[in-house]
Design a protein around this ligand. Structure first.
Ligand SMILES: C[S@@+](CC[C@H](N)C(=O)[O-])C[C@H]1O[C@@H](n2cnc3c(N)ncnc32)[C@H](O)[C@@H]1O
Length: 375
């Protein structure tokens, strides 16, 4: 099926060269891998917002497939929030995938677990690099896994695929040298750390469901003493959030707020704090479970306890708030810490994962200092 489409090899080669020029590929072996894997075989159709599904009969299809774009391949409504189609699977833009594969530092002979099979394209890249027998890929959606298995086999790859919640990893195939997640989790699952050999690497997209732009990639080295730690790498537009069930998109559950009693004040910290790299990470750290809804003249946030604030972008900002606490004071605390520590960007932070959870730290010349509660 892959050789009957004239010119795909030239297109795949052009895509690979473009990724080299962009700096997403620096290792010539990855250039050859991208040039040899037929991306079109993994994306028989994708969603276009304006015209619905675009498939093989459409003249736009092949151009889009060999462009550096994310293509949405599955959508669904939230069972309790009808009327909007959320993306639930996609093939991610190749520049992000290749940047991650290089960060993963994977080479021939290593065993790899990929969390988030999706179309199977990234699994195919891994198979081409380390051979099919060394690749395991899991996805929560059995239908996606079945489709990916067929496409991978047609293209000549036979990795181990399974349908399960990625948070569990794949204990039956452990230990791995590498774990790569192409779906975002709020907390790095401990199972991944347990299933990687000491010295191995977990590359995870850690990202809040309710404020996705505040996330980052965590490149963690497994220490063998019960922890894994490593730097955070800037990645504003990362992966879709993990689903907690096959039939539910990975979006936050609705928080019911009481907006009948509204208080107001001003603040020297405007809504821009929620959109500033590094600072937004601290806001999420201080306010786990935060949901942010950007609007034309400001942003509304809600916290899991029902506290909410609506804050203008212009400073001094107008803050309208309600619920059990003045939640904007948490954003102000994160902002004060960020100013005091020299306005650090995402790359100034690191993550440590232990069996009982993960800790955000600030990287220093001596190691990583926990940021604590920012109080
Ligand atoms: C961005 S797509 C992955 C793209 C894929 N690597 C590719 O090359 O096409 C994210 C995938 O994660 C899957 N996913 C969502 N929640 C998950 C979970 N809890 N466990 C495992 N997979 C999950 C989705 O079904 C979706 O296919």
């Amino acid at each position: 099926m892959t050789d009957d489409l004239d010119g795909w090899r030239a297109r795949a080669g052009d895509l690979a060269d473009r990724l080299v020029r962009q700096g997403a590929i620096t290792d010539p072996v990855w250039r050859e891998v991208v040039a040899s894997v037929p991306r079109h075989a993994f994306v028989p159709a994708f969603y276009d917002d304006a015209s619905g599904l675009v498939g093989a009969g459409d003249p736009r299809w092949l151009d889009a497939v060999y462009n550096d774009d994310t293509l949405v391949t599955q959508r669904m409504e939230h069972p309790e929030q009808p009327g909007f189609a959320w993306s639930t699977s996609s093939t991610t833009r190749p520049s992000l995938m290749l940047r991650m594969l290089e960060l993963l530092d994977v080479s021939g002979g290593m065993t790899v677990l990929e969390v988030g099979t999706g179309t199977g394209y990234n699994a195919a890249l891994l198979c081409e690099r380390v051979s099919s027998g060394n690749v395991t890929s899991i996805d929560i959606d059995p239908a996606l896994v079945d489709a990916a298995r067929g496409r991978l086999a047609d293209a000549g790859y036979r990795p181990h695929l399974a349908a399960c919640d990625g948070a569990l990893g794949c204990p039956g195939r452990a230990p791995f040298d590498r774990v790569i997640a192409t779906v975002a989790f709020e907390r790095v699952p401990w199972a991944w750390i347990e299933q990687v050999r000491p010295g191995g690497v977990v590359l995870a997209d850690v990202r809040p469901r309710g404020m996705t732009w505040a996330g980052a990639l965590a490149r963690l080295t497994v220490d063998g003493d019960g922890t894994a730690s490593g730097p955070l790498v800037d990645c504003t537009w990362g992966f879709m959030s993990a689903r907690t069930g096959v039939e539910r998109p990975g979006i936050p559950e609705v928080v019911h707020i009481d907006a009948t009693s509204v208080r107001s004040r001003t603040s020297e910290v405007g809504a821009g704090a929620l959109h500033t790299p590094g600072l937004s990470l601290l806001v999420w750290h201080r306010l786990p479970g935060v949901n942010a809804f950007p609007g034309e003249d400001g942003t509304q946030i809600t916290a899991p306890d029902g506290s909410w604030a609506k804050v203008s972008t212009r400073v001094p900002a107008r803050v309208e708030y309600g619920g059990p606490s003045d939640v904007w004071t948490d954003v102000e605390a994160a902002h004060a810490w960020w100013i005091e520590h020299g306005r650090p960007g995402v790359g100034a932070f690191g993550l440590t994962v232990e069996p009982d959870g993960q800790r955000l730290g600030r990287r220093t010349s001596e190691g990583t200092e926990p940021v604590g509660d920012l109080g």
